[in-house]
Unconditional design. Sequence first.
Length: 194
Amino acid sequence: MGFQTIPERRAELLKLVMEVSLERREVTLASGRKSHFYLDLRQTMMRPLGVKLVGDLILDRLLGGLGVDAIGGMAVGAVPVVSAVLSSAAHWNQAEWLVGFFVRKEKKKHGLGLQIEGAFQEGQAVALLEDTTTTGGSTLDALDIVEAAGGRVARVICIVDRGEGAAAAFARRGVTLESLFDRADIDEALNREG
């Protein structure tokens, strides 16, 4: 894919994440845990370079592992990630068969009353995508909803795994959490910045 190697793209993405998505301050995460930094990956995903790099890196990972029919995840965090991967698939003429979807926290109260929106179909093998995972709570919710609708979650891929329990939670469900970056990558980058 393109002129840059995967390690170069990965390094470029980490640099962008640290520049635009990192906030050094005490925060309470969605999991309820406290942290001395916050990663707002929407800041990365709402930039052309972020979309390109995330899409290419996750697509490369998808093409090199267990096959899936669809990619999706919990709204809103997964929506730009799914869109980035589908865009990369179209750009590189790879995985034209790949479709996307997103999962709502609750069924819609109007229209068709759907909880899974997009190109999801019963029987699909899917990869759930996420921007950041801590304990994995919202993606575990998506996993339950997808499986209840007849999908099979084959993979879970995130941009950053904060290393605070998500991998173990997914392992208990029989799925390996894959990440572009883990806590060691973030800590190393934080230490370089001082």
